[in-house]
Design a protein around this ligand. Structure first.
Ligand code: SF4
Length: 181
């Protein structure tokens, strides 16, 4: 397994910089951090050539997702995550909306993009955790990503909810209203 590039505390006590919504009107995933041009995508020949062919600037993008976190600056569109995920958490975002990756922030995606490993639009495409909410925490994508660009951490649901303002502290068992004296 490649060393993970996303730090453990990437979302802890931080504010996300934006989100991408799911067209179901209920789900969304946060986008964290300013990103870094140190990521593997910036030195990958396929990715660099694809940006050049499009005439599009390659800019830092940050981390997409919280419990299923994908570092878009390290994603080189290998697509291994697509092939192993049992619940199609990921899609090639450009196969649904062919827009610059930085503009995915604030957008709504229906989840109709391609989920096949080799069906990226081109190497500027990114693995988008559009169905983060469906993840079964099997860890297969984290283990297979050649760049260590994916971090799976179900405990980060707390930070997803805190950023959304929906976090509720569950009462401890000692305060169980059904407990008898
Ligand atoms: S941990 Fe498993 S279920 Fe979750 S996104 Fe990765 S491959 Fe899919």
């Amino acid at each position: 397994m490649a060393e993970l590039v996303i730090p453990e505390d990437f979302c802890v006590d931080k504010d996300p910089k934006g989100k991408t919504s799911h067209g179901d009107g209920e789900n969304f995933h946060w986008i964290w951090g300013d990103g870094s041009s140190e990521g593997a995508a910036f030195s990958n020949d396929d990715v660099k050539a694809a940006y050049e062919e499009r005439g599009e600037d390659q800019v830092p993008l940050g981390i997409h997702g919280t419990t299923v976190a994908v570092d878009w600056d390290s994603c080189v569109a290998a697509g291994s995550c697509m092939s192993v995920c049992p619940v199609q958490t990921f899609q090639w975002y450009r196969t649904e909306k062919d827009i610059p990756a930085k503009d995915a922030l604030g957008e709504t995606f229906e989840g109709t993009g391609n989920t096949e490993q080799d069906e990226r639009l081109d190497y500027t495409d990114k693995s988008q955790p559009i169905r983060e909410h469906d993840c079964t925490v099997c860890m297969a994508c984290q283990e297979i990503c050649p760049e260590g660009a994916i971090r799976i951490e179900s405990a980060n649901q707390e930070w997803h909810e805190k950023a959304a303002g929906t976090y509720v502290i569950m009462p401890s068992s000692s305060e169980n209203p059904h407990a008898h004296d």
